[in-house]
Design a protein around this ligand. Sequence first.
Ligand code: C5P
Length: 303
Amino acid sequence: MTTVVAQAPAKVNVHLGVGPLREDGFHELRTVYLAVSLLDTVTVRPGEGLSLTVTGEGAGGAVPTDRSNLVWRAAELLAGSAGVAADATMEIAKSIPAAAGLAGGSADAAAALVALDRLWGTGASRADLLDLAAQLGSDVPFSLVGGVALGAGRGEQVTPVLSRTRWDWVLGIAGEGLSTPAVYRELDRLRAADRVPDGAELVAAEPVLAALRSGPPAVLAGVVANDLQAPAVALRPDLGRALRTATEAGAAAVLVSGSGPTVAALAVDEHHALRLAGELAGAGVFRTVRAVHGPVPGARLVG
Ligand code: C5P
């Protein structure tokens, strides 16, 4: 029986500048995405109708197995646009925690598009897949592209950029997730109350792009920034302690990943990342600690 397997990576936003709320309910972004070596695997086989099972991170709880899962919607969208029947047995083996600010759901959707395109022989072009990805979610196009990319619009307009060969990070993952819309709403509230800059001037991504191109980590450390960090910390005050813990453990830079609550700690090299991961694991403030590196490729077939 035909089995198709695809993998897609988690991401860290090394830069996340958020503009004002747009009329369509999204915020204009300037972001720099980095795909990191924490991968989800999507396996698809022929089936009658759609079915979905989830194993690993978030199985039996945080990750739905019905139509509300982005993988299910990706299958319906691809089938509809290609004019084929949406028939597949789908399985997600998750390593990327859900609702963590790591684009785990987007990674699954991107991997599903690539896998189902092969299973159904729909022959979608890269441009077709990117268009479907943008309809599924703001981060899904980047999950297809991977590597390092500048994100504009609501995040769905991605332009690949060059980067140094390898960046080492440690991800500190909290016990409970954060809802992305809730974090954006909190940002709007903090802005209305004049507690953070209003975002009328988007913080430029260029210094981060320049630092990513050539390093060293100390230069990148001086320019990373995330406008969603303040609202994430406001919603989850324990995050402030988690960020301090990572700084005190000797990370070169510390920031919240995307809408959080994952803490991304920059290491100067792989050896430093392993040492830092050990310290953070022992600190007792994170549920899971992972040493990762990037850039890595976007969604691709692996079997
Ligand atoms: O595109 P995605 O489904 O990931 O977005 C989830 C929610 O996050 C949106 O409904 C919106 O509330 C918020 N969002 C936003 N601005 C963006 C991206 C997401 O306000 N650029």
